[in-house]
Design a protein around this ligand. Structure first.
Ligand code: CTP
Ligand code: MG
Length: 588
């Protein structure tokens, strides 16, 4: 029940309202206890002794009591709703905040559907627990105790006799509780699988259709859906079996009451009114015992949900902001890699990388797919941390620089572009929300995006992304490029940023970048020689190692991977002969 305890920590700010609702609840229980007493007076005094003036008083009292409890009930519901919604909303906010803090490596492994079910289904489990579990628990306990005390004062013998069945009730509840615990865990797990399946299918629906896998997807879902249903039915089956047992025991208690109670009345040990009153309190005592399984059920549900929610909250971000960051006013962008090696889980994907890129210089990175290019540039903004070695910016280890400062000084176009369901304008201004329209247009022009944006139905106000107009791969890349440029970063990282753009547009962008990148330290990953040949240094990565490095000319002379790439790319473009002449010239 540790998780339930944690839940109450989140309730603290609402404690005032929560305590007030508990007070109202107890008050209502006490008021409810008056009724059987009035019934006793009705039987003993009105029916048996024909006291008609008392009848009018009793009727008046009953109506007033009913009105007051109704009003209290109304207030109670409002308060409970307020405090439970507020609590859950603050946990949700905390979860969302936490999700922003978790590192890339967490998201490499996380399943979106599962995370979604934490923030929806699991939270709902917690919300319903507050009124349905916790307050019902208080309700039951208080009602049970008050009824029990009154019962003893009416007739202790009858009370003891009526109580003899309660050990059974408690025993059965505990068995029930154990079975439900595992059943609920299964349900939550199955719910997450359901969510993940739906989410992945929707995200990948185009692949599904292109590979005509709709039918197999439907069948796969059918089994997940069935499993989910089966797990839910199992809970129904467990509760369904136990509830009648509880009712049966309750009925037996009633039989004992009329049998032995009737006998006591006949013996004049008890008045008829007292028997009626006793009956009223007996029910008040028994219903909490019957409701117990349901309440425990809610506790279990809240506990499993809590376990998953707090488990997520306990995930520590792998990349942490330094506690005492070195104060830096501005990041200039002199970048040095010292013996950097890196692995994700198993094998090294970067080995002994030594680099030095001065402020304003341009480093180009080439290499086959999977060589480690993205991994290398991802280290600069600490999206991942190097396993060994050090990276320094302006002479300071990046682990000592404030993370926000560091990342704010980097403009990156990631290999996989992502745009939000928002206007083009807002997408470009994502990293600099206060940018003026002129600045946005300037960035878009530099990224060669301005012209096609103007052709869109609403220009810069066109909504793109999931629910917006469709964009081509190259158009998306150019918007991402504008987004990176607009930040005016000291460090610009372009990870295959123009791979989907045609050659002509690419060379225009290259020209523009020369101006934009002026003074900025630029890392450019590309496969086209035309994108990298002007770089101050070009490195070629192979299997995590730098295998070639130098300028365009130097690398051509080396006749290694770069040289072969060059031949491959230029042969068809300029013809074998012209290319050989060019190479001759370079080598001369
Ligand atoms: N890798 C990994 N976990 C990740 C990302 C990458 O284990 N989250 C591994 C890949 O399997 C690959 C190696 O790291 O073997 C290098 O990946 P990456 O740096 O992304 O390669 P790139 O050179 O960028 O390849 P590409 O040209 O395809 O982008
Ligand atoms: Mg890559």
């Amino acid at each position: 029940m540790n998780n339930v305890k944690k839940l109450f920590m989140y309730m603290k700010p609402q404690n005032r309202f929560f305590y007030l609702s508990i007070a109202l609840l107890i008050l209502n229980i006490v008021l409810g206890m008056v009724n059987p007493y009035l019934q006793r007076l009705f039987v003993d005094k009105v029916l048996l002794k024909k006291d008609t003036t008392l009848l009018i008083k009793l009727v008046g009292l009953m109506i007033s009591l009913s009105l007051i409890t109704s009003l209290f009930n109304y207030l109670f519901t409002l308060l409970v709703e307020f405090s439970s919604q507020k609590t859950v909303s603050s946990i949700r906010q905390e979860l969302y905040r936490h999700l922003q803090e978790l590192s890339f490596s967490f998201y490499d492994k996380a399943r979106t559907g599962e995370l979604m079910s934490r923030l929806t289904g699991d939270l709902e489990g917690i919300r319903v627990f507050i009124p349905g579990g916790f307050l019902q628990f208080i309700n039951s306990i208080v009602t049970f105790l008050i009824a029990l005390i009154i019962l003893f004062t009416i007739n202790y013998k009858l009370t003891l006799l009526s109580l003899c069945l309660s050990p059974f009730l408690i025993y059965i509840s505990s068995i029930f509780n154990k079975k439900l615990r595992s059943a609920f865990k299964d349900i939550r797990q199955e719910y997450a699988v359901l969510n993940t399946t739906i989410q992945e299918n929707i995200t990948g629906i185009k692949v599904v259709k292109a590979f005509v896998q709709e039918l197999s997807e439907i069948n796969r879902f059918k089994s997940v859906n069935k499993e989910n249903m089966a797990k839910n039915i199992k809970v129904g089956y467990i509760s369904g079996k136990y509830a009648p047992i509880m009712w049966f025991i309750g009925d037996i208690s009633f039989v004992i009451l009329i049998w032995f109670g009737g006998f006591l009345v006949q013996q004049h040990e008890m008045s008829l009114g007292e028997l009626v009153q006793f009956n009223g309190y007996l029910w008040a005592m028994i219903w909490p015992l019957r409701a117990l399984p349901n309440i425990l059920n809610m506790f279990e549900q809240a506990n499993t949900s809590g376990e998953r929610i707090f488990g997520l909250l306990n995930q520590k971000p792998q990349i942490k902001n330094p506690e005492n960051p070195v104060t830096v006013d501005k990041i200039y962008g002199n970048i040095v890699f010292e013996n950097v090696s890196m692995k994700y889980d198993g094998e090294y994907v970067l080995k002994n990388i030594n680099l030095s890129v001065e402020k304003g210089k341009k480093l180009a990175i080439m290499g086959a797919t999977g060589a480690g290019k993205t991994s290398l540039v991802n280290l600069i903004g600490r999206y991942y941390d190097a396993t060994e070695g050090k990276i320094k910016i302006d002479g300071i280890d990046i682990k000592q620089i404030d993370l926000y400062k560091l990342r704010s000084s980097i403009g990156i176009v990631m290999q996989e572009t992502f745009l939000f369901s928002d206007t083009i304008k807002n997408n470009i201004a994502f990293g600099k929300p206060d940018a003026t329209m002129d600045e946005i247009i300037e960035a878009a022009k530099a990224a060669e995006a301005h012209d096609f944006i103007l052709e869109m139905p609403n220009g810069y106000n066109t909504i793109v992304g999931e629910r917006g107009v469709g964009l081509s791969g190259g158009q998306k890349q150019r918007i991402s490029l504008a987004r990176a440029i607009l930040k005016e970063p000291s460090i610009l990282i372009l990870d295959d940023a123009t791979s989907s753009v045609d050659m002509e547009t690419e060379s225009l962008i290259q020209e523009n970048i020369k101006n934009i990148a002026y003074g900025k330290t630029t890392f450019i990953i590309a496969h086209r020689i035309s994108s990298v040949k002007d770089a101050d240094e070009i490195i070629v990565l192979d299997n995590g190692y730098i295998v070639e490095r130098g300028t365009h000319k130097e690398l051509l002379k080396r006749k290694g991977i770069y040289y072969h790439n060059f031949r491959e790319q230029y042969r068809t473009m300029m013809g074998e002969k012209a290319m050989d002449d060019l190479l001759q010239e370079v080598n001369a």
